[in-house]
Design a protein around this ligand. Structure first.
Ligand code: ZN
Length: 185
């Protein structure tokens, strides 16, 4: 990302919304915004596959692995405003498991982009499926979207819930039920 170019664009944006980019409090804002966007969109410059490949372990167990309440911070692609909440990931390994911290990094890799929550949820599930070929994967995500909350007073408490279930989590009703009851759905 060209931070200088982004800072120049932010300066123009500040002007167009009716502010004075030369005002003292705003002088360094374009550079700060450019830095913030570099971080918030760093997923475009990160390979989830590389994250995963370094952290696969052999395992014999074929019980459900569940990681709850992974924090999610992303930007909606319609308004470039934040949406944030929690993600719950479950899978039943066949031969390989993933390091727990890597699951969280997969979430970061896809959430630090312009996203819609539905696609973000599916990308995480598919990535785990492709990487370790488990019996099944389930991802549930619960987020609040500032584009809804800030713009509509009646929508303050709305939480969007999305899910993506693959393999046995999709085909086997009892596996899916076990997963959903473990995540509290
Ligand atoms: Zn939005």
């Amino acid at each position: 990302m060209n931070k200088k170019r982004v800072a120049a664009l932010v300066k123009e944006l500040i002007q167009e919304i009716g502010e004075d980019p030369a005002r003292e409090g705003l002088l360094k804002t374009p550079e700060r915004v450019a830095d913030a966007y570099a971080f918030l969109t760093s997923g475009y410059r990160t390979s989830a596959r590389r994250v995963i490949n370094n952290a696969m372990f052999n395992a014999e167990a074929n019980n459900m692995v569940l990681l709850k309440n992974v924090e999610v911070y992303s930007l909606c692609e319609h308004h470039m405003l934040p949406f944030f909440g929690a993600c719950h990931i479950g899978y039943i390994p066949r031969k390989k498991v993933l390091g727990v911290s890597k699951l969280a990094r997969i979430v970061d890799c896809y959430s630090r982009r312009l996203q819609i929550q539905e696609r973000l949820t599916a990308q995480i599930a598919h990535d785990i499926m492709d990487a370790i070929n488990p019996e099944g994967v389930g991802v549930v995500m619960e987020c609040r979207h500032l584009c809804m909350i800030m713009r509509g007073v009646e929508k303050q408490d709305s939480v969007m819930v999305t899910s993506s279930v693959l393999g046995s989590f999709h085909n086997d009703t009892s596996t899916r039920s076990e997963f959903l009851s473990l995540v509290g759905k």
